[in-house]
Design a protein around this ligand. Structure first.
Ligand code: FES
Length: 272
């Protein structure tokens, strides 16, 4: 470009070397719809989960413990006598016990490849959609601080495995009644079962999981078991966005169901 080029230097779409198109974009469809719906969905979840995480109440209704509060590690889980309360944190932890544990699923989802795409588009407009220029002057992607920290995702994946294990344990316990006798099944058990299937599906369809299972191999033929697992996870990975949303909704619904029971709004219908 000539020296008089008014466009700023840097990596943005208006920078020298890029086509000088005056129009902001050439798309004629409703490209803004997906980021707008995504933003609305994420904001609704953030509002709901913030309220529930700080509520510090109505998170246990035998035999169900809210997935937002499990494992309940603080002494102030008094309502959970008989529930899966590990009481590791003692009495000094005065705020909601959900805060201890939510860091891990929250970090896992915040650094998830799909959610990154979702909030980069919906909230930062970077870019808002394919072939729609972002408003920022330069683009450095995730190559610098702070976004380079998104690489911790693979470690959050390991934490998410533990969290999914704990929620599996809670789901098994939902087959006991309030007196700890096995053979119970209520609507809550079904809610927990659906939720745990979706949580595991979302967790195992993670891009990091796919890499851990099948990455860095020179010859799939020498690793037939990992190859099979990689193929399986690859098929789930194709639905990662759907699983991200389905598990987000199911975990909120499981929490809300426990809230309805614990606050006395609802009685758990029992099948046996
Ligand atoms: Fe979405 Fe790992 S990429 S959970």
């Amino acid at each position: 470009p000539p020296d008089t080029d008014p466009r700023p230097p840097g990596g943005g779409v208006r920078s020298p070397g890029r086509a000088a198109i005056a129009a902001r974009h050439l798309r004629t469809d409703r490209w803004w719809l997906a980021p707008a719906v995504t933003a609305a969905g994420l904001l609704a979840f953030v509002a709901y989960s913030t309220w529930r995480a700080f509520a510090n109440a109505d998170y246990y209704a035998a035999p169900y413990v809210s997935p937002f509060y499990s494992p309940c590690l603080a002494e102030n889980c008094r309502t959970m006598q008989g529930g899966p309360n590990a009481d590791l944190f003692g009495s000094w932890w005065a705020i909601s016990p959900a805060i201890i544990i939510l860091i891990f699923p929250l970090g896992f989802r915040l650094t998830c490849y799909y959610y990154r795409k979702a909030y980069y588009r919906s909230f930062w407009a970077s870019p808002p959609a394919c072939a729609v220029a972002e408003p920022h002057r330069t683009y450095t992607g995730e190559s610098r601080l702070p976004l380079i920290l998104q690489n911790v995702h693979r470690y959050f994946f390991y934490a998410a495995l533990l969290v999914a294990g704990v929620l599996t344990y809670d789901t098994v316990l939902s087959f006991r009644d309030e007196h700890h006798a096995w053979g119970h099944m209520g609507l809550g058990t079904v809610v927990f079962l659906v939720n745990i299937v979706l949580i595991w599906s979302y967790t195992l369809s993670c891009h990091s999981c796919r890499h851990i299972v099948g990455g860095r191999l020179r010859h799939f033929s020498r690793h037939p078991v990992r190859y099979r697992m990689w193929q399986f996870i690859g098929r789930m990975n194709a639905h990662h966005m759907l699983l991200a949303w389905a598990s987000l909704v199911s975990v909120a619904l499981a929490d809300f169901y426990v809230y309805l029971l614990a606050s006395g709004v609802l009685d758990d219908p029992r099948f046996f």
